[in-house]
Design a protein around this ligand. Structure first.
Ligand SMILES: [Zn+2]
Length: 349
């Protein structure tokens, strides 16, 4: 298939998705479908948290926002923080990588900045300008995600974190319980990997340029009782130092391969009923996750799923970490990546 034609057809604006009674079936738990049998008008989306209409539609222009370094240090959680004037007057410098479509926040109007912030503060809400995967890819999305789940359950959750694309292909060929990956699945994985996520509102940098990039096994260390791995050197040293200084913390996710990130992102896309914008507000698309180069997630022992919510920032453990002075988080509140506040995600480098 002609690649350009494919990409042109790849994304669907919410107007089409909602107006066309777009229904996204979930693999499990159909009750939590967000789009009801009475889909709201695209101009009047409902917030899933409240069932109330969302604030007036966000007319975010397709400015391609380039990743910029977020503020240093651990921020105080401030969900109602107003955008400061410094942000509009102090644009991030363009880098060589930012190119023609580099993000320059000075080009955004106050209203656009407000709306950008409203999206990442309400990351799980649906916005009128959200971009959906074209529904014609629904079947291949479901099929490919199930296929990756078979790989993961066959080779184990721990090992799957490190699995390269080539190893994934090999596992399909070698084990009949997994089954070989078909051309449509491989095309789909490739297109997801190479599509520019700026188009749906994720503005982080591309970290891994090739889908086949692999994590050298000799460079990682298995972290006892976690099922996860860390890159030796800076990541492992930081984790061990934090653990010694803070005590009751655990590694909840370490280094992740492109295949692992792909599976997480596709599952998140299904959960978001095909809304790529919503999915990418809480999970970096494959190739764009800093977990591939050393970032890791930590949690408080016994805090369970809440370790992956803003609640983590009110734990004693987070406060201790904030006071250490040598730890940064990757996605602070109101960051420029288009991503929610992630107090658990530790930045390396
Ligand atoms: Zn993370």
């Amino acid at each position: 298939m002609d690649k350009r034609a494919f990409l042109e057809g790849f994304f669907t604006a919410s107007t089409v998705a909602l107006g066309g009674h777009f229904m996204w079936r979930r693999l499990q738990n159909p009750d939590s479908l967000i789009i009801s049998s009475n889909p709201p008008l695209a101009s009047d989306p409902l917030l899933p948290q409240t069932g109330q209409p969302a604030p007036p539609g966000f007319s975010f222009t397709p400015l391609e926002i380039e990743s910029a370094q977020p503020q240093q240090g651990l921020p105080i959680p401030a969900p109602t923080l107003e955008p400061g004037p410094a942000r509009t007057q102090d644009p991030a410098p363009r880098t060589a990588e930012s190119g023609e479509d580099g993000f320059n926040i000075a080009q955004l109007s106050d209203r656009q900045v407000d709306e950008y912030l409203r999206k990442i503060r309400n990351f799980d809400a649906i916005f009128a300008s959200d971009i959906y995967l074209d529904p014609k890819y629904e079947q291949v999305l479901l099929k490919t995600t199930r296929h990756l789940a078979r790989v993961e359950s066959y080779i184990g959750h721990g090992n799957f974190n490190l699995m390269s694309f080539d190893e994934m292909l090999q596992s399909g060929r070698n084990f009949s319980r997994i089954g070989a990956f078909a051309a449509d699945e491989l095309n789909f994985l490739e297109e997801i990997f190479f599509a520019n996520p700026h188009r749906y509102g994720f503005f982080g940098k591309k970290i891994s340029l090739e889908i086949t990039d692999a994590i050298p096994k000799k460079d990682v260390a298995k972290i006892p009782d976690s099922g996860h791995f860390l890159l030796r050197g800076e990541s492992l040293n930081l984790y061990e130092k934090m653990k010694a200084d803070v005590g009751q913390i655990i590694l909840t996710s370490g280094v992740r391969s492109n295949v692992k990130q792909m599976h997480l992102f596709l599952a998140k896309t299904i959960e978001a009923n095909g809304n790529l914008s919503r999915a990418s507000r809480s999970l970096a698309p494959p190739g764009h996750s800093y977990h591939g180069v050393g970032d890791f997630d930590i949690g408080k022992i016994g805090f369970g799923e809440r370790n992956f919510t803003a609640d983590f920032s009110s734990t004693e453990e987070y406060k201790k970490i904030a006071r250490l002075g040598y730890v940064d988080i990757r996605y602070p509140t109101d960051n420029l990546f288009g991503v929610r506040f992630e107090p658990w995600h530790i930045k390396i480098g």
